[in-house]
Design a protein around this ligand. Structure first.
Ligand SMILES: O=C1C[C@@](O)(C(=O)O)C[C@@H](O)[C@@H]1O
Length: 250
């Protein structure tokens, strides 16, 4: 199993890493948010750039990114533009999604980029990220349901084939059985098919258990909220870390 290291954070080893999303609408809010979330000592911070009011202005995005990076360094930074169809805040065109991600990986200000499996230009975006030494989390989100186990595994394997460093899937449970399906798929993927870390979660309150149990079933990281949750079922990062440590040390 490959471990990906960003400075002293080793993804795929030991206790699952805690990723905290930044949900500010402008630079001022984001910088304030960083001051507060630092208290929870996140392993990785995710900037949800789809929340930024000015996200359609690439120069504004880069300026904000630079401010975030300066305030946050050396904490590893994940850049995410979550598409509207997968639960994000803003509709943009496929060509702007590609342009945005390709320009951001060239800034030298991020460590990881989120690339959606079902976006149109996956190959090109992956190539740009690799050429610029940026790690790729490839992702898929189903806010409606939990696909069957085979389908979850197929999507994670596709991401691995595309060259993602870390495949990730988030699904919505309609019952506790759906949470078991996600955990079962995670364990099977991790033990039979994955040669790199994966991240999985079942959303909403029914799925919270999946955000705590990564070390048992094979999910290398988990998202905990800072000021605002970026998906249903996220619990505050400091509480999340405490629970992970209890599971880890016992
Ligand atoms: O992909 C994910 C996972 C997530 O959707 C969650 O369920 O915690 C939260 C998002 O911010 C992140 O990009």
């Amino acid at each position: 199993m490959k471990i990906f290291s960003i400075r002293d954070i080793h993804i795929g080893e030991g206790i699952p890493k805690v990723i905290v999303p930044l949900m500010g609408k402008n630079t001022e809010q984001l910088l304030l948010e960083i001051k507060i979330i630092k208290e929870a000592t996140p392993d990785i911070v995710e900037w949800r750039a789809d929340v930024l009011e000015e996200v359609e202005n690439i120069e504004a995005v880069k300026k904000t990114l630079s401010a975030i990076r300066t305030e946050l360094y050396p904490t590893p930074l994940l850049f995410t533009f979550r598409s509207h169809r997968e639960g994000g805040n803003k509709k943009i065109t496929d060509s702007y999604y590609k342009q945005l991600l390709e320009e951001v990986v060239q800034t030298n200000e991020i460590d990881i980029i989120d690339v959606e499996l079902f976006s149109l230009n996956v190959h090109e975006i992956v190539e740009s990220a690799i050429a610029n030494d940026v790690f790729i989390i490839m992702s898929n989100h189903d806010f409606e349901k939990t696909p069957v186990k085979e389908e979850i595994i197929w999507r994670l394997r596709r991401m691995q084939e595309f060259g993602a460093h870390i495949p990730k899937i988030a699904v919505m449970p309609k019952s506790p059985t759906d949470v078991l399906t996600l955990l079962d798929a995670t364990y099977t993927m991790n033990s039979l098919y994955a040669n790199r870390p994966i991240i999985t979660m079942s959303m909403a309150s029914t799925g919270i258990i999946s955000r705590l149990a990564g070390q048992v079933f094979g999910s290398a990281a988990t998202f905990g909220s800072g000021i605002e949750a970026s998906a249903p079922g996220q619990i505050p990062a400091s509480e999340l870390r405490r629970m992970l440590e209890i599971l880890h040390t016992n």
